[in-house]
Every structure is written in structure tokens, then in C-alpha cells.
Design a protein around this ligand. Structure first.
Ligand code: DGL
Length: 294
């Protein structure tokens, strides 16, 4: 079997990145870890997020991925450099590709960035943007309520969503930004609500699309032959596989074929002890949707 692309996130949100990756790399297969037992990462400290990200990557290494993608903006903001130092496989985050696209689209106008509290406070997007354009004007706002509203299944046209989005974005709008950088995995699902508040002259940037392009570059040879695994996604989660399988379809844009529970204890007690975790995951009765790996 060809080597997969491994993706991790704090939970469900990274599936928006997988959706873009599958479009860009239709003949590749993907293995995904969602840390649903410890989500959200967006309000946690840098040390904690780094530790969780390392554990996720240690788990994923057993699949011998050719590339690892930190789909979570918060984990990318806080742990990417550490991961790149300790792992031999290329690790791609979502911050730099999103920043690059924002600078290009802004064309000297102000850049508005939204994300979790941790992402915004880390100023990771600021640094990445200033690396490309040191003169760039940036305004940023943490929007912590949005993640739970998306997970609750609220639509961009929902009255509560519209009210909260307006409340968060109003202050940014006063700076007349040229772009709004959606710096969180869940935000593309609220794109319409952002567009309504910001107006048609503001370009919405989805880090996920640009990350997919970067992964294509980094992964080198894309699989060109059609094969049975192409486009398939094998998901492992640290809690509640059923909920993940049900809600995940909205993030991936189609039903999930394979979701398996990985006990967090095994992940922590035996970091990188790949085969042990794998065996537990396969035999766990809470495993749902075997897909064609059954
Ligand atoms: N995946 C996270 C991010 O993109 C959002 C959810 C969380 O706070 O863990 O920042």
C-alpha cells in the first residue's frame, strides 16, 4: 500500500482540511487523528497544545506517512516548529499557507484575522504575514463562541450565528480590511455569515485550500494511478467515535467510511508504541463504520 498523508486536529474541524486535500490529491489516501477527548485546544496553553500535538504525531507515525499535516490552526500556531524539529517526515501547518494567500489577496490593504483565543494570542499569523510583508497592517480578533456553534450544527443563516458573527467582526470592519483570514478549522462552514457582515469587497481566505496546495508541493510525487485506497480517509479519535462519524460528514462534505476509537490512555502510556494502539483501536467495540478496511 502507498504511504498515506497523515492529518491531525483537536477534533472534527480538520476534516475541512482533509476535504481540500482529497480534491487536490484524489489518488492519495489519508489517515486522520482527532483528539476529541481533549478538544478544544483553542483555550489551552502552548505547553499543553505542544504535548498533545506530539502525542498525535507519535500515534500517526505508525502509518509511515509521507507527509504530516497539522490541520488545527491552534496546534500549527503553537507546535509546528517543535514538530518539524523532532519528526523526520515533512510537517505542514495551516498558518503559513493562509498568511501567504492573505498577503497576496490583500494587495496592501489591511488584513483581518480571526481564530481561537490561543491562535490569536500567539500572534502566529502576525509573524507569518510580517515575514512576507513587514509593512502589512493587521487587525485580529479571537472568536471563541464560533467553534461550538458550528459543532452544534448551526448554519450561517441561523439568527444566533448572525448576531455573534456581527458582534465579533464589527470592530474589524472599521479598519476596512481587504481580506478576512479564517484562521480556524471550523470557520469555512460559516463563510456565508462572514461574507454578509464584511461585504463583497472583502475576500475571505480559507487556510485549508492553500494548505492543500502546499501539501501537494511538499509531498513531491502525487499518486497518479487510480487505486482502491485513493481518496479514502481512515479516522481515529480519542473519544466518541459515533458523534465524530455523525458530525464529521458535514465537515468532510460526505459520509465518513471508517472511524475508530483510540483510548487516550494507550496514546499517553505508550507514545509511538504504534502497534499496541492500533490493535486496541481495531478491536474496540465502539468502532463504527468499517468501510472497506473491515
Ligand atoms: N481546530 C481548532 C483550530 O483550528 C479549533 C477547535 C479547538 O479549539 O480545538 O484552531
Amino acid at each position: 500500500m502507498k504511504r498515506p498523508i497523515a492529518v491531525f486536529d483537536s477534533g472534527l474541524g480538520g476534516l475541512t482540511v482533509v476535504a481540500q486535500l482529497r480534491r487536490a490529491l484524489p489518488n492519495d489516501w489519508f489517515v486522520y487523528f482527532g483528539d476529541t477527548a481533549r478538544v478544544p485546544y483553542g483555550c489551552k496553553s502552548a505547553d499543553t497544545v505542544k504535548r498533545f500535538a506530539i502525542q498525535a504525531v507519535e500515534f500517526l507515525l505508525q502509518f509511515e506517512p509521507k507527509t504530516i499535516v497539522a490541520a488545527c490552526n491552534t496546534a500549527s500556531a503553537m507546535a509546528l516548529e517543535t514538530l518539524q524539529e523532532v519528526v523526520d517526515v515533512p510537517v505542514v501547518g495551516v498558518i503559513e499557507p493562509g498568511a501567504k494567500a492573505a498577503v497576496q489577496a490583500a494587495n496592501q490593504r489591511c488584513i483581518a484575522v480571526i481564530g481561537t483565543e490561543a491562535t490569536i494570542n500567539s500572534q502566529a499569523y502576525h509573524r507569518a504575514i510580517w515575514q512576507i510583508d513587514p509593512q502589512a497592517r493587521i487587525v485580529a480578533k479571537a472568536c471563541p463562541l464560533l467553534v461550538s456553534m458550528v459543532e452544534e450544527g448551526r448554519q450561517p443563516t441561523d439568527a444566533v450565528v448572525e448576531m455573534v458573527v456581527k458582534e465579533y467582526l464589527q470592530g474589524l470592519k472599521e479598519h476596512e480590511p481587504g481580506v478576512l483570514l479564517m484562521g480556524c478549522t471550523h470557520y469555512p462552514l460559516l463563510r456565508e455569515a462572514f461574507g454578509k457582515v464584511m461585504g463583497p469587497e472583502v475576500t475571505l481566505i480559507d487556510s485549508a485550500c492553500h494548505t492543500a496546495k502546499k501539501v501537494v508541493e511538499v509531498s513531491g510525487e502525487a499518486n497518479t494511478e487510480k487505486n482502491a485506497e485513493g481518496g479514502t480517509v481512515r479516522c481515529y479519535v480519542s473519544d466518541n467515535a459515533e458523534r465524530f462519524a455523525t458530525l464529521g460528514a458535514r465537515f468532510l462534505n460526505e459520509p465518513l467510511g471508517y472511524v475508530s476509537y483510540v483510548p487516550l490512555d494507550a496514546l499517553i502510556a505508550d507514545p509511538g508504541g504504534a502497534l499496541g494502539v492500533m490493535a486496541n483501536a481495531k478491536e474496540d467495540p465502539r468502532h463504527v463504520g468499517r468501510g472497506h478496511w473491515g
